[in-house]
Structure formats: structure tokens, C-alpha cells
Design a binder for this molecule. Structure first.
Ligand SMILES: [Zn+2]
Length: 466
């Protein structure tokens, strides 16, 4: 490949090599120097339809699972409820492995194949590993993925079933796999393919481009790639007008937002990254400085959102638009809602929110949200192999559903109604376990003949089980 690599922060130039991932001088991410030639290649599949804006890959090496060309939904119902009628949702949940990174894997795996590699090695918080595993299968390459024990379980299932070799590590290291090409989240090639999202949006809204495009930020690579393609298209004389880039981070890890708010030119590392959204829990974003610049130069915004706001947006996407997003994918809508509330984005704006990934990949979070939303607590617990209550505990709950009782009454009820003979301390142990699990609460204590009686009652969760 005869492209040059340039540092997105200090501008240092390097000749291209798949092994070079970061700038030696400043440690920030690198980007390919590209001159796009054309926008669409008719008859091609997946991202290859837009091969004119991607590094050149011979047709015989191009791998696709049908990624890209995702629908741009008019989010009319959410739009009305938040007061932005011109809300558009770029729905990446429908990508082959459920993540926008399928675009990146298509490019990366094809290049690996064209360079003669037989193996890909990567470390991943989830989505990238699962996606590369799928595309490697299609190409006949082997994938090795390092994951942390905190990985979203759905993404782990994906990797394993696609046939990747998975090793669990506590911290990601440069464990070399012989003869493998290394793919990383901040890889110049991985980022390059993300440009196709903004290109598709511009082609889909060709008559009236949006005022804002809203994106989640972890490494900042999607913001970087989006701005890059805007500039490339301007050079081609295609894009006109200005589109403000809005970058959204979770409140528990928001180094880029902090730098934006403080008016800094460079992003400082987050001292204690604590977001449970692992794909976005990036303390030291490699494209942070570039993302910051993109946001400022387009007159955009950077905003952070709480977990509660993210889950609200996730629910709205599902209930009002039929889109089941993962938390990271819901960040863009959560950010927009916040900016509309604070009037930083005007209600008559045309806005595109990019929803980057599917909720089915994250059963733990899905369970948490479904649990809160429905009365099927018991069924959800059982199906997900969560807490399994023993028979005595289940019967105690049944007894308490008749009326509130104190410990001795429960003991008598077990014995008289169900023929269960247990000792009184055992009954109290069961009751305190049930309180701890949130199925039962203590409601009142009365003194009867000098002795304290504590009454127990079912909680909503307990009622759901009975
Ligand atoms: Zn640099």
C-alpha cells in the first residue's frame, strides 16, 4: 500500500506499515493520507460500494458479509416526544455482527488477506473481537482475541462460536502471535472504514444535509473518521454547508468532554475511568485531540451523559422506533436529549444520531433493564440462571403474600400448612436472605408482652415471584 500515515495530533509523517499503530513522537493515533476518487462503485457489495474513499484492495481479496448501507430511519416518534421533528437515526444495529465495526473488519480482514497473512490477533473489550472473528471466518483466517474477564458475555459467545481463539487476561498486553497481523481499536485501517457511515448519511440526505451528527466517543475514532470524510468530500467538491459534530461520552469516563469544557487543546487522561460501558471506558483516547479539533472546527458540542440517561435513551429507541441498541449505541440519543433540554441544540435542527450497535450483544444489561420494566421478575431470574430460590424460600414468599407475618407465624405456617418442619433460627435465616435479595422487607416492629416482633412483607420483586 503506498499511502502515508500522518499523526492526527502533531502531524508527524510515516510511511505506511500495518505494524505502525501510533505516533512515536506524541503517542496519538495515525491516519491514512488519502485522496478519494469517487463515491460509489455500482455492483459492489458492502463497504466496497464506497471503495473510492478507502485504501485500494484488489477485488479478489475483498471480503463482505453485507455490512454498511444501513437504513437511515426518520425517528419521527422519538423526535416528537423530545421536540426535534427532524431527527434521523442511522441504525447500525442491523450490521452482520450487530456493530458498526463490521465496516472496519471488512476492510481490515481484506487487507490482511491481500498481504498474505493467515492470522489476526487483537485485544478487545468486545465488539471489535466479535466482528473480526466473523470476517476472519469468511476469509478463512484464524483470529486470536484477548479479552478481560469483564467482557459482555454476548460478545464472548459470538467470538467463540465464530471460531476465534479467546484468551482471558487481566490487562491487555502485546503478546505476539507468530505470523499474525495485529488489529487494535485505534488502528488507522480500522478507523478508515468508519468514514463510510458519514458518506452514506450524506448520500441518504443529499437534498438537505443535517445540521448536526451525533456520535459516541471512546477512542474518538468515529468522530475523527467522520470529520475526515467531510473534508475529503469537500475537496472532491461534493459536500457543502457545515455539519456540527457532537461527541458524547459516558459521565464516568469523559476525558474529551472535560477538555472541551475547559477549552484545552489536548485531552488529559481520565484518572479513574469507571464506566460500565466497556467499549467507551477509554481513559486515554488515541484520537482524543483529533476529535476535540473536529468538534470545535465544525461548531459542534461535546457532552456527557449518565447511565440513567443512557438507559432512558435505550428504552426510547426500543419503544418508539423498534430499535434495540446496546448502551454504547444509545449514547448519541442520550446526548441529543440532554442538549435539547439545555437548548444547546435548537428544536428546529436536523439531526442524525448514529446508533452504533445492537442490544442483543449485551444480555446482562438487557436483563437489568427488562427487570426494571416488567413484572416478569421471576421468569427473568429463572431463565437467566440468576437467583434460584429453594422451595422453602418460595413457600415463605407464598405465606407472606397472604398477609404480613412475624417470624414465629411464618414458622407455624410452614409447619401447619405445608408440613415443613424447620427450626426457628432457620426461618429467620431464610427471611434475612430474602430481605438481602430484595424479595422481602421488614415493615414494623411491635412489642408484645415485652418481646419484640418484627413483621415481614413482600416487596414488588417478591410479589412478582409469587
Ligand atoms: Zn504525533
Amino acid at each position: 500500500m503506498n499511502h502515508a500515515l500522518r499523526c492526527t495530533s502533531c502531524g508527524a509523517a510515516y510511511s505506511f506499515s500495518v505494524e505502525r499503530k501510533l505516533c512515536d513522537k506524541c503517542g496519538q493515533g495515525l491516519t491514512l493520507e488519502m485522496k478519494p476518487s469517487f463515491l460509489e462503485e455500482p455492483g459492489e457489495h458492502g463497504i466496497w460500494r464506497h471503495s473510492g474513499i478507502l485504501p485500494a484492495v484488489e477485488k479478489k481479496f475483498r471480503i463482505s458479509l453485507g455490512e454498511g448501507r444501513t437504513m437511515l430511519q426518520h425517528g419521527l416518534r422519538i423526535g416528537r416526544s423530545i421536540g426535534v421533528e427532524e431527527l434521523w437515526i442511522k441504525d447500525e444495529t442491523v450490521e452482520p455482527t450487530g456493530s458498526y465495526l463490521d465496516r472496519s473488519s471488512a476492510l481490515f480482514v481484506s487487507i490482511a488477506l491481500s498481504l498474505g497473512y493467515g492470522r489476526i490477533s487483537t485485544y478487545s473489550t468486545g465488539n471489535l473481537g466479535a466482528s473480526l472473528a466473523a470476517y476472519s471466518s469468511k476469509a478463512g483466517l484464524k483470529t486470536h482475541v484477548q479479552v478481560k474477564p469483564t467482557i459482555d458475555v454476548g460478545k464472548l459467545y459470538q467470538m467463540i462460536i465464530y471460531g476465534a481463539e479467546v484468551s482471558v487476561v487481566n490487562s491487555f498486553g502485546k503478546r505476539a502471535v507468530k505470523g499474525a497481523i495485529v488489529a487494535v481499536e485505534h488502528d488507522p485501517l480500522i478507523n478508515e472504514a468508519k468514514k463510510t457511515i458519514m458518506l452514506e448519511i450524506l448520500l441518504q440526505l443529499i437534498e438537505s444535509p443535517p445540521d448536526y451528527v451525533v456520535l459516541p466517543m471512546g477512542e474518538g475514532g468515529l468522530v475523527h473518521a467522520t470529520y475526515k470524510v467531510m473534508r475529503e468530500l469537500r475537496e472532491l467538491g461534493v459536500a457543502k454547508g457545515n455539519i456540527g459534530i457532537v461527541g458524547v461520552q459516558p459521565e464516568d469516563c469523559k476525558p474529551i468532554v472535560k477538555a472541551f469544557e475547559k477549552g484545552l487543546d489536548t485531552v488529559e487522561a481520565e484518572a479513574e475511568p469507571r464506566s460500565r460501558i466497556f467499549d467507551l471506558n477509554v481513559a486515554k483516547p488515541r484520537f482524543g485531540n483529533s476529535a476535540l479539533r473536529a468538534i470545535r472546527q465544525t461548531g459542534g458540542k461535546a457532552v456527557s451523559v449518565s447511565e440513567k440517561e443512557i438507559f432512558e435513551a435505550l428504552s426510547l429507541l426500543a419503544e418508539k422506533e423498534g430499535i434495540l441498541a446496546e448502551p454504547a449505541g444509545s449514547l448519541s440519543l442520550a446526548g441529543l436529549m440532554k442538549l435539547v433540554k439545555s437548548r444547546e441544540v435548537e428544536r428546529d435542527s436536523r439531526v442524525v444520531c448514529v446508533v452504533t450497535g445492537s442490544g442483543l450483544k449485551d444480555p446482562r444489561v438487557m436483563k437489568e433493564i427488562a427487570y426494571k420494566k416488567s413484572s416478569l421478575g421471576m421468569l427473568i431470574e429463572e431463565l437467566s440462571g440468576g437467583v434460584r430460590l429453594g422451595s422453602t424460600k418460595t413457600i415463605i414468599l407464598r405465606l407472606l403474600s397472604e398477609k404480613n407475618m412475624y417470624g414465629y407465624e411464618v414458622w407455624r405456617g410452614l409447619r401447619e400448612k405445608y408440613g415443613i418442619n424447620v427450626r426457628i433460627p432457620t426461618v429467620y435465616q431464610h427471611l434475612s436472605d430474602l430481605v438481602e435479595k430484595g424479595y422481602v422487607r421488614r415493615v414494623e416492629a411491635r412489642r408484645v408482652m415485652g418481646r419484640k416482633r418484627e413483621y415481614y412483607s413482600l416487596t414488588e420483586r417478591g410479589e412478582a415471584i409469587v
